[in-house]
Design a protein around this ligand. Structure first.
Ligand SMILES: Nc1ncnc2c1ncn2[C@@H]1O[C@H](COP(=O)(O)OP(=O)(O)OP(=O)(O)O)[C@@H](O)[C@H]1O
Length: 672
């Protein structure tokens, strides 16, 4: 016996009788691709056999140990091949890509086809006969109402096509395999614990990927994982789940229309930390997914579609991305945003944190923030994604940092503003990618002179909040938000999210951007952040400066120096609520309750931290404060200051002239 390589062994054997055909095969995974024999007297012969295993790693590109090489995999391929009549089986065995076989198609009266990654191959010139179909059907379990069946303890999927009398006239037999390591391409997302939506065209490998995700989460991250296995495709046919799902538990679905019920049942009865669900396709299933996500369970699900845009356009699946609604803007708002009056907007939070568009078995696009991607698509901007490829030669993952999809807006019919998207595309074309140090921040941490608004990329902070604060501060012309981190000057993020999603720091490092970190999502912190981003406020002694390589700036609250009384706390809370719920969002003045003058002084200090104006009203015995939706005389960037104004904002009513139209005396403004 001679081993040519790990796959091929040359074996010299003596048979008393050899088959008359020039090849034979064994019932285990090994097969003989050639047999040269010499017959002597028709009785004895010596033969040279080439025994080849089905290719172990047919697909290039997977993680450290992506492999289908378990002995069971070979046995399972045999189980699959037994579906075929003997003659077809022999033909198929001879194919050099047998280890990577994807599907066999058998249609009555037509030549059988085998689908390989390299393309389709006619297995036999003989058309499929009724007996051939009967033979295959006899080897599989019962077909369920979605016309799918399987082979006990294997991952293969057999789908039937029926005639009008409900007789089976065609079969699509898919080879299922557990590919260990196939989830390495998105391991960080799996580990992060966010909900992941995997989309891709049929056959790209979605089921295989989420099967491996289920195994990884259950076995390596020790999570309680429940798979809602509608067609037994993830956990295999039969009541004992396939080893490919590891310790994950599997719930079978008696009827496809019950998938959504089983999803909810899984959460209610089995205390899962993660739910895995293949093929979310109906509105009820999408709703069930959203309910699960709201209950704080990590969800990993798949849906058919090439891109997120396909999901947005699908009325049943829209809810997965937060739902879409059309909003009519006022004339002025539409002019300002440079969009039509009726625009599309996202209704709520997406069910999934991030999305993965599977391009092939070794390549995907990662949308770290599904909400931002959806908003970008609706606004006609190119969504940000990170391209990932598995490099088989290096046995490593290659990540291309987030970049907007070029020309996305031009092809989309969902966009609110095509002019905007083409502007962005051309702007982007001018830039080198990846970018070099942008010089927007000088080494001592101050913003250098610029003529366009500062672009802020927000992470888990509502863009609308930032813009509203900037507007109230009269700084809307010098600060803006962007969905494209590549064009951003700074990142504003919440500290809890930074802890959970460290990739944002990596992205900041790559683009060399400072990250302003807000500890609590209060308006006061937002105001401070805006001022620091614009260089209008210096960094505190304990705050890190936005230096190259040291990019985090924590926004700290201005701590009160002494312990406030209960009355003071109450009065200050009244101010905070009034400002954050009425004055800033609604642009309306609020008159506060009468207070002692020392308390009013404290209230006024707080109002000024929001950079708002206030008036004293009430009687001398019962003084009270009225907070006005007017900004204080913020130190505006002058010609020589760090930021230059592009357009002039409406002139603010002077807050320090001592009087207003009603004759009420204004309180003096504290120096900044
Ligand atoms: N990483 C991989 N390595 C080897 N084979 C793979 C890999 N991923 C998928 N396959 C094979 O590709 C075929 C299709 O995979 P899979 O069923 O996972 O695709 P899918 O996207 O879920 O398809 P569908 O949407 O039709 O259900 C199967 O034969 C599977 O065994």
């Amino acid at each position: 016996m001679r081993a040519l390589n790990s796959h091929v062994i040359l074996l010299d054997v003596h048979y008393h009788q050899v088959p008359t055909s020039s090849f034979a095969y064994f019932r285990n995974s090994h097969f003989i691709s050639s047999l040269r024999c010499s017959r002597r007297n028709g009785i004895r012969c010596s033969a040279s056999l080439q025994i080849r295993r089905p290719s172990d790693r047919f697909y290039s590109g997977n993680a450290s140990s992506p492999s289908t090489s378990r002995p069971e995999a070979a046995t399972e391929l045999n189980l699959f091949l037994e579906l075929l009549p003997l003659k077809m089986r022999r033909e198929l065995y001879r194919h050099r890509e047998i280890g990577g076989l994807i599907e066999v198609v058998m249609d009555l009266g037509r030549k059988p086809l085998a689908r390989f990654p390299s393309g389709d191959w006619v297995i036999s010139e003989q058309p499929i006969k009724h007996e051939d179909l009967c033979h295959a059907i006899s080897k599989v379990g019962e077909f369920s109402d979605d016309n799918r069946s399987g082979i006990d303890r294997s991952l293969h999927r057999i789908s039937a096509i029926r005639n009008r009398k409900m007789q089976i006239v065609g079969l699509t037999c898919r080879v299922g395999r557990a590919v260990s390591g196939s989830a390495e391409i998105i391991r960080d997302l799996v580990e992060d614990g966010g909900s992941i939506l995997v989309i891709g065209p049929p056959g790209v490998g979605k089921t295989t990927l989420i099967r491996e995700i289920a195994r990884t989460l259950a076995d390596e991250f020790k999570k309680r994982v429940v798979i809602v296995d509608t067609s037994n495709e993830i956990g295999g046919d039969g009541d004992v789940p396939h080893a490919g799902i590891g310790r994950a538990r599997r719930m079978q679905v008696p009827n496809v229309n019950m998938q959504h019920n089983i999803m909810i049942e899984a959460v209610e009865n089995h205390m899962p930390e993660t739910i895995i669900i293949d093929e979310i396709g109906t509105e009820l299933e999408a709703l069930a997914a959203s309910t699960i996500a709201q209950r704080g369970v990590q969800l990993v699900g798949t849906a058919h579609g090439m891109t997120i845009e396909n999901i947005i356009k699908n009325p049943y699946l829209q809810i997965l991305v937060g739902g879409i609604e059309s909003v009519t803007l006022g004339d002025e708002e539409a002019r300002k945003r440079k969009v039509q009056k009726t625009i599309l907007e996202r209704k709520g939070h997406p069910t999934f944190t991030c999305a993965v568009e599977l391009v092939s078995k070794t390549e995907c696009r990662v949308h770290h923030r599904l909400d931002a991607t959806v908003d970008a698509i609706l606004a006609g901007k190119p969504p940000l994604f990170e391209l990932r490829q598995w490099d088989d030669s290096a046995n490593d993952l290659v990540k291309y940092p987030p970049m907007p999809e070029k020309n996305h807006g031009e092809t989309s019919d969902l966009t609110n503003n095509n002019i905007m998207s083409s502007d962005i595309a051309s702007d982007k074309d001018d830039k080198d990618y990846p970018r070099t140090w942008s010089k927007k921040w000088s080494t001592n941490g101050s913003v250098i002179k610029r003529s366009s608004p500062m672009q802020v990329y927000t992470y888990k902070i509502l863009e609308a909040d930032l813009l509203q604060v900037a507007k109230v501060m009269g700084l809307e012309a010098v600060i803006d938000v962007t969905d494209d981190v590549g064009t951003a000057d700074a990142i504003l993020a919440s500290s809890s999210e930074m802890r959970q999603n460290p990739w944002i720091r990596g992205m900041a490092k790559f683009h060399q951007l400072p990250v302003f970190v807000i500890k609590s999502n209060t308006m006061a912190q937002m105001v401070k952040a805006v001022r620091m981003i614009l260089g209008l406020e210096s960094f505190g002694s304990t705050q890190k400066k936005p230096l190259k390589g040291s990019l985090d700036i924590e926004i700290e609250d201005d701590e009160p120096k002494r312990k406030p009384s209960l009355e003071e706390i109450d009065a200050l809370e009244e101010v905070r609520l009034a400002i954050e719920y009425i004055v800033i969002p609604g642009g309306e003045p609020v008159e506060l309750l009468p207070r002692r003058s020392e308390i009013i002084a404290r209230q006024l200090e707080l109002v000024q931290r929001y950079h708002l104006a206030a008036e004293k009203s009430g009687t001398e015995q019962n003084p009270r404060l009225q907070i006005l939706p007017l900004r204080l005389n913020t130190k505006k960037p002058s010609k020589s200051s760090s930021v230059a104004r592009k357009k002039t904002s409406p002139a603010p009513v002077s807050a320090d002239d001592g009087r207003n139209d009603t004759g009420v005396t204004r309180l003096p403004i504290l120096p900044e």
